[in-house]
Design a protein around this ligand. Structure first.
Ligand code: NAD
Ligand code: UD1
Length: 344
């Protein structure tokens, strides 16, 4: 298949492009590198032993996108990763998030429709479930609203995809709701490279273990969970990438509109993650208990049965492999794809 990937230089995008290439697909990537570097794609092509077509462009630039799609279409499928994703930042600069994520999606859909490329997979998030009524979370649970603009952009984009497909049955649309992607490719060549101080648990833990950060703050130990700390469904990024391959294969069946959770179905607490990471890295991860983080929920994990039944996809890698591969990436690339920041 020929696959168009927006945001393909990023964390999940680069792992997905690698699996696409390994499976024999042809890949065209568009990314404006606002949160990534072209180095990730160079490493991907080296690992795969195959090339991609890369455009450094912004999906909101309709003229440029039109040029790219005119030249490269038809695509058998598009995978739309391109978005801004920092929850805290989205609270301070909401317009930028709505403009980039929602506005960018409008432009992309318009241009793809004009070229009759109507098969698409979209990166959504478990954040759309808000405070879930119970766990495990099924796709038919309500999505009552989010606690931050980033989450709202995902919920709004879901609605846009739903309405567009309803109006034009030629669209085949799969929304993938990711749980918590972590880890890295087993080569240690590509991985997550957060800008500044990480917000998410695992990149923070890894930077404490490597000595870049002093100690982890554990946000709350009084939740009604196994040990009082927050519980999440962590999923290996390579399993997540493989979920996209199953999704584009599903598009061939012309499924109309579908939503799937991509998670493992297992929850781990913050303290369990610290222990697993210490074992994988043979390093200590000093931590201190701090108050709860605003907007956090106690527990969130997936019921992944629908993806298993309809996509034939199941996460294969456990928490040990996730921590091992993250540590391998972190220790080989203590500063990600870049150089040490000034002062370190
Ligand atoms: P990432 O920031 O590493 O990748 C996103 C990529 O999109 C980056 O390379 C960035 O440069 C690019 N991009 C952003 N805006 C763009 C624009 N206007 N034009 C062109 N390129 C643009 O993030 P990721 O973790 O790989 O996430 C990929 C997708 O998955 C995002 O949509 C994100 O919201 C979603 N998601 C991520 C997580 C997670 O925990 N990482 C969880 C749920 C959903
Ligand atoms: C966060 C986002 C969510 C996004 C998801 C992507 C918030 C409120 N939610 O979710 O919108 O889709 O990332 O992966 O930011 N923790 C600590 N110390 C830390 C960091 C995290 O104790 O320094 C705890 C959290 O309280 C939580 C768990 O670790 O219990 C996981 O946190 P995180 O990695 O930020 O993911 P989510 O909270 O699931």
């Amino acid at each position: 298949m020929k696959v168009f990937v927006t945001g393909g230089a990023g964390y999940i995008g680069s792992h997905t492009v690698l699996e696409l290439l390994k499976a024999g697909h042809d890949v065209v990537v568009v990314d404006n590198l606002c949160n990534s570097s072209e180095e990730s794609l160079k490493r991907v092509t080296r690992l795969a032993g195959r090339d991609i077509v890369f455009y450094n462009a912004d999906i909101r630039d309709e003229k440029k996108l039109e040029e790219i799609v005119s030249k490269e279409a038809p695509f058998d499928a598009t995978i739309h990763f391109a978005a801004l994703k920092a929850v805290g930042e989205s609270v301070s600069i909401p317009l930028k998030y709505y403009e980039n994520n929602v506005g960018g999606t409008f432009t992309l859909l318009k241009v793809l429709a004009a070229h009759n490329c109507k098969n698409i997979v979209f990166s959504s998030s478990a954040t759309v479930y808000g405070q879930p009524q119970s766990v495990p979370i099924r796709e038919d649970f309500p999505t009552p609203g989010c606690t931050n603009p980033y989450g709202w952009t995902k919920l709004m984009m879901e609605q846009v995809f739903r309405d567009v497909q309803k109006a034009d049955g030629e669209w085949n649309t799969i929304l993938l709701r990711y749980f918590n992607p972590i880890g890295a490719h087993e080569s240690g060549e590509i991985g997550e490279d957060p800008a500044g101080i990480p917000n998410n648990l695992l990149p923070y833990v890894a930077q404490v273990a490597i000595g870049r950060l002093k100690e982890l703050s554990v946000f709350g130990d009084d939740y009604p969970t196994v040990d009082g700390t927050g519980v999440r469904d962590y999923i290996h990024v390579v399993d997540l990438a493989l979920g996209h391959l199953r999704a584009i294969e599903k598009l061939v069946e012309k499924p109309g509109f579908k939503i799937y959770n991509l998670g493992t179905g297992n929850g781990y607490s913050v303290l369990q993650i610290i222990k697993a990471f210490e074992e994988a890295s043979s390093r200590k991860v000093p931590y201190a208990i701090k108050p709860r983080r605003e907007g956090d929920i106690a527990e969130c994990w997936a019921d992944p049965a629908l993806a298993a039944n309809e996509l034939g996809w199941k996460a294969e890698r456990g928490i040990k492999e996730m921590c091992r591969d993250l540590w391998n990436w972190q220790s080989k690339n203590p500063y990600g794809f870049g150089k040490p920041p000034a002062g370190e």
